[in-house]
Design a binder for this molecule. Sequence first.
Ligand SMILES: [Ca+2]
Ligand SMILES: [Ca+2]
Ligand SMILES: [Ca+2]
Ligand SMILES: [Ca+2]
Length: 264
Amino acid sequence: MPFCGNGKIDPGEMCDGADTGNSQCTNLGFDGQKVDSKLKCTSVCTFDTSDCCACGNDRVEPRPGWECNEKCDCTGMCDETFSSCTGTCNRTLLGGETCQTLASSSGGPFLEGGPLGCKADCHDYDTTACYICGDGIKEGPEECDANDCGGGLRCDDDRACTGPWPEHGGPLSCLGGGDPWDAAHQYPNGCAISRRSCWTCGNGVVDPGNYVIDGVTLHEECDDGGTCIGGSANGTHCIDASQCPGGRCLPQDDNNCSLTCQVR
Ligand SMILES: [Ca+2]
Ligand SMILES: [Ca+2]
Ligand SMILES: [Ca+2]
Ligand SMILES: [Ca+2]
C-alpha cells in the first residue's frame, strides 16, 4: 500500500489514519463502541475494531465505558465481521457471576442450580437453569420442593408413598436440608424425598409414621410379613417379592395382624 500513511483513503485502503470515511463500528455489524472512542485504523490501513463492542465477540462490554450495555456475552454467535449474528452460543462469559453470586448480590433468594446463562442480546443473565430449594416448586435436579413432589403430586397426600406392595401408603416428606435426621440419613442437601412416613404392611417391619385409610388415621401396630402367593415358593413366609420367584409376596390377614397391620 504505497499511499498508506498519507492520511487519506486511497484505492485498496479501508482507512488511513483518522480518516475512516463514513464507516463506524455499527456499519460493520457491531452494536456500538467504547464511549469517547470510534472506529480506528491500523498502521496497514485496515479497520481496527478493538474499540467496537458487540454481543458475541468474546468479551463482556458493560457500562460504564461502552455503549454496549452487556452483563454477559455468549461467544460464537457472530461471524468474524459481526454482520451475521445468528450462531449458537458456544461459550458463555459471565463476568465471574454464578446463580449463587447473582442471587446474593441482588439480595434475592439463594439460587442453587445452574448453569447461569446469557440472554441472546447479552443485556442480561439467563437464570432459567437456576433453581431455589425452598420456593415450593420442584425444578432442576430437585426431587421435590416443600409440598410439590412433581407430576401434580402433593407430597402430603396420604397415598403419595407408592411401592411394590398392595398395602402401602402415607405421605412423603420433602427434606429442606439442615434437619438432623436428614443429615444422619441420605438427604444432606435438601429438596430430596424422604419415605420416613411411608408404611408398607407386609414388609416385616413395624413402620413409623401415621397413615390414613378411609379417613381414619392409623399406624402400624404389627407386621409379621407376608406369604408367597404363586411361584416356586408358594405358601412360604416372605418380606420381599424377591423371595417369591414367579409369584408375589402379599400380606396375610391372619389371626394376629390385619391387612393394614392392626393387632386383632
Ligand atoms: Ca492513504
Ligand atoms: Ca461483547
Ligand atoms: Ca425449587
Ligand atoms: Ca410395615
